[in-house]
Design a protein around this ligand. Sequence first.
Ligand code: UDP
Length: 485
Amino acid sequence: AQEEGPLRVYILPFICPGHMIPLLDLATLLALRGVAVTIITTPANEPLVLPTLHRSASLPHPIRLLLLPFPSSVHHLLPQDGQENLASISSSSFHGLYDATFALHLPLLDLLRPSPPDALISDSIFSWSADVARELGIPRLVFHGPGLFALTVHDTIHLHSPHLSVSSDSEPFLVPGLPHRVELTKSELPEPFLVPQSLDTKRDAEKNSFGIIVNTFFDLEPEYAEIYMKEPGRRTWLIGPVSVVHKDKNDLSNRGRDPDADPARLLSWLDAKPASSVLYVCFGSLCEFGDDQLNEIGAGLEASGHPFIWVVRRNLGESFSPRIEEIKRRVGIRGIIVHGWAPQVAVLGHPAVGGFMTHCGWNSTLEAVCAGVAMVAWPLFYEQYINQRLITDVLKIGVRVPGVGGNMLLMGWKNDVVKAEEVARALERVMGKGEEAEGMRRRAREFGKKASAAMEEGGSSHGDLDRLIDELMACREDKGKKPEV
Ligand code: UDP
C-alpha cells in the first residue's frame, strides 16, 4: 500500500443486484469523501457498474473498475454461458454461481499483489476474501446485506437453535432473549440454517476481518444495534441508508440497470396524482411468481381501486398472461404495469406514493423507510421473513399479507396461491383510512426523517463513515511505521 495520497479502497460485491446495488452506492459515498475507490467484478457484470463509474467522473478520484474473469475451470458451474450475474437468470441458479466464486481467490490475490490497496471491502458471502486480505497484509471489511435486526436474529438462532425444539415446519418457535417477541417457523428460516457449516465459515471470516459495515442507521433499530455491537471484538460501522445518494429528484441513474419503464413518463404520471394515493408493487430483483399468483395480484390491485405501479419481473420476450392483459385493459390509465425493472428509489421517493407492496428484501425495506412509505409485506426467501417481523412487529410500519407461506427456495416447500381478496384486504389496511393505516403511515414518515438526518452532516451514519475512513487512514499510517514482517 502507498503511504501518501488518497485512501485506496477496493470493493468486491457479490454478483446479484440486491448485493451489488448497496455496495455501488457505498462506493459513491466514499468517492464523494475523496477516497479512491476501485470496484472489482467479473466481465459480464461490467454494464451494471458503468452508471456508477460515470456519475463519479467529475470527482477528484473517479471510481475505477477492475475486471476479474472467472477461470475457465469453473465455467461449467456458471448458470449459463456469459451470464455471470443474477440480474437476468433465475434465483435457483444462485448456488452454481456461488460455488464458482471460490475460484476467484487466487486470481484476485494475483491481481492485487503488485499494488495492494489500503483496504478491501467485500460482501459477507465471500468468506475467502478475508484470506486474500490477510495474505496482502491489508484490512478486510465485511459488508452485510441485511440490517441489524436480521443479523441479531441470525446470531441468536445460530447460537441457541430454538428451531430444533419444534416438530413441524409450520409450528412457530420463539427467538429467545430479544427486546421484542419474535416468532418464526422453520419454513421461514433463511437457507443457510440448512447448512450450519456455512454460517460457521462466515463467522470465522468475520472474526478475521477488520470490522463490519452495515447498511442501516442507529435510530432504526437501536436495541438491536446495541446487542449486535456489544459482541466482544466486533467493530461495526452503520453507514446507511446508502440509497440516499440517489435522493436528488433528478437523479434517475438506475444503480446498475437501465429501467425498462421510461422514468420521466412514470414520474410525470405520478405528478398528476394526489399525495400518498398510489401503490407501488415490486418484489425485488429475483422473485419469479407463476402466472396463477400474478393473476391474483393483478385482480387484487384492480379490486383495491387505488392507482398503482406494478413491476412484474419477466424474462426478455416473455409476455403477460391473458388475464393480466385483460386487467391492464380494464384499469386503463389508473395503473401502470412495468415489464422488468423500474427506477425504484425515484418512484418510492415521489410524494404521490402512499404504500409499497414488497418482498421485504433489505434494500427495498430501507428504501421504503427512507421515503417514509408504509409497507404491505410479502416475504419470499432469504432473510425476508425476518425483515418482515421488523416491519410489522417492531417498527409497526406495515402489515403482512395473510396466507403468505414459507421460504420459496426451501426444498419441498410449496406456497399456496394468495387470493385476490386477501391481497386487496392487506392493501386496504395500509392505504385506507382509520387509526391503523394512519398510524403506520405516520410512523413511516417519522422514520423517513430520521433516515435523512442520519445521512446528513452531524448524523450518525455520516459520522460512522467518517470514522471508518479515519480508522483506515490510521491503519495505513501505522503500517507505514512498522517494519515488514
Ligand atoms: N430494484 C429496482 N427496480 C426494480 C426492482 C428492484 O431499482 O424494478 C432495486 C431496488 O431498489 C433494490 C434492489 O433492486 O435496491 C433489490 O434489492 P432487495 O434487497 O430489495 O431485494 P433482492 O432483489 O435482493 O431480492
